[in-house]
Ligand binder design. Structure first.
Ligand SMILES: *Cc1c(COP(=O)(O)O)cnc(C)c1O
Length: 379
């Protein structure tokens, strides 16, 4: 089955009870047993729920994996991965990481004796110098948020494999439409399904997909033991969202390109960060591991003025100023004061998240309207 077909049919069977084409919302906590232990595969909805199982099968299918797991949020899914580790273990991660992930690693898990290294990942050789006997996990995001750096998944996967280190990829920005990390050699794919997978800004959810049976079992144990699972209503909405992922992503990419090109030509803009530009430092890797360049981009204005950046986001009308990304509607964001406020200013600026940086999640409206909106806000 090819990708577009998988978004609609992957892992899905019609409901055995009445042949319902969409998986019903099994709004139940428990399941009748004929005799103790005599059940139809479902006992209690923290452990399993048929609507969630349908979604988990779909997630596995679109990511080219064997096992999918749905969580109450993207953060809950990352939390489950870190719980695979033990005190004394070390993690190597990127230095322009999603703010919430950075916060979870440093404010929660450092306390439990796990050590994190945040480094630039332009080349795999640099990562090697941080590896020691305690290194158990490499955690990457690509493209990164909000600087849109692209990391070479295949090279890092090869390095991780030879050293028996797990590689986890946060695939929230790219989605499996653009890249499939498991196919490139990663062990774990993670999603804030809240973003593109759901696609309609109405569900908070996280997802993991893996191929290895043992790893899947450990993660399912943690999912059940800690209990941050997604409810059946949300799973239903997520399944509905995923069915149009491919056509939404196609339009996100088309619009992203048009908006990036408009901004790059605008006299008030200093720089546009978008992996589709030939002069983007990782353009070649982006071209080889991604199908297209996505609908996320960032830019800074000439003069790098904080107040001007605030005025621009305040003046945008179609681009709503809001946290989050990946929905059908266009959003703008000011990372320094919003998504990345939890990262110290010094750390932030080292990676390019300066005070005037504006991030856009380009939606699937008419590109001409989006460009007109940017024109009026920039003037
Ligand atoms: C939003 C986001 C997360 C966190 O996911 P939630 O669903 O908000 O918990 C993690 N990584 C990236 C790249 C994100 O954009």
């Amino acid at each position: 089955m090819k990708f577009n077909t998988k978004t609609i049919h992957g892992g899905q069977e019609h409901d055995p009870a009445y042949g319902a084409v969409m998986p019903p919302i099994y709004q139940t906590t428990t399941y009748a047993q004929s005799t103790p232990g005599g059940h139809k595969g479902f006992e209690y909805s923290r452990t399993h729920n048929p609507t969630r199982t349908a979604l988990e099968n779909s997630l596995a299918s679109i990511e080219n994996g064997k096992h999918g797991l749905a969580f109450a949020s993207g953060m809950a899914s990352i939390d489950a991965v870190i719980k695979l580790l033990e005190p004394g273990d070390e993690v190597i991660s990127t230095n322009d990481l999603y703010g919430g992930t950075y916060r979870l690693f440093t404010k929660v898990y450092e306390k439990y004796g796990i050590k994190f290294h945040f480094i630039g990942m332009e080349n795999a050789a640099k990562i090697e110098t941080y590896i020691n006997a305690n290194t158990k996990l490499i955690w990457i995001e690509t493209p990164t948020n909000p600087m849109l750096n692209v990391i070479d998944i295949k090279s890092i996967a090869a390095l991780a494999r030879t050293r028996q280190i797990l590689l986890a990829v946060d695939n929230t920005f790219a989605t499996p439409y653009l890249q499939q990390p498991l196919t490139l050699g990663a062990d774990i794919v993670m999603h804030s399904a809240t973003k593109y997978l759901g696609g309609h800004s109405d569900v908070v959810m996280g997802a993991l997909v893996v191929n290895d049976d043992d790893l899947a079992e450990k993660l399912a144990f943690l999912q059940n033991a800690s209990g941050a699972v997604s409810g059946p209503q949300d799973c239903f909405l997520m399944l509905r969202g995923i069915k149009t992922l491919h056509i939404r992503m196609q339009r996100h990419c088309e619009n992203g390109k048009k908006v990036a090109e408009f901004l790059a030509d605008h006299p008030k803009i200093e720089k546009v960060y978008w992996p589709g530009f030939k002069d983007h430092p990782n353009h070649d890797i982006a071209k080889s591991q991604m199908k297209d360049f996505g609908g996320m981009l960032s830019f800074i204005t000439i003069g790098n003025d904080y107040n001007e950046a605030i005025r621009i986001v305040e003046n945008l009308r179609l681009f709503t100023l809001a946290e989050s990304l990946g929905g059908v509607e266009s959003l703008s964001g000011h990372p320094a004061s919003m998504t990345h406020a939890s990262i110290p200013k010094e750390e932030r600026e080292k990676t390019g998240v300066v005070d005037s940086l504006i991030r856009l999640s380009v939606g699937i409206e008419d590109a001409e309207d989006l460009i007109d909106d940017l024109k009026q806000a920039l003037n």
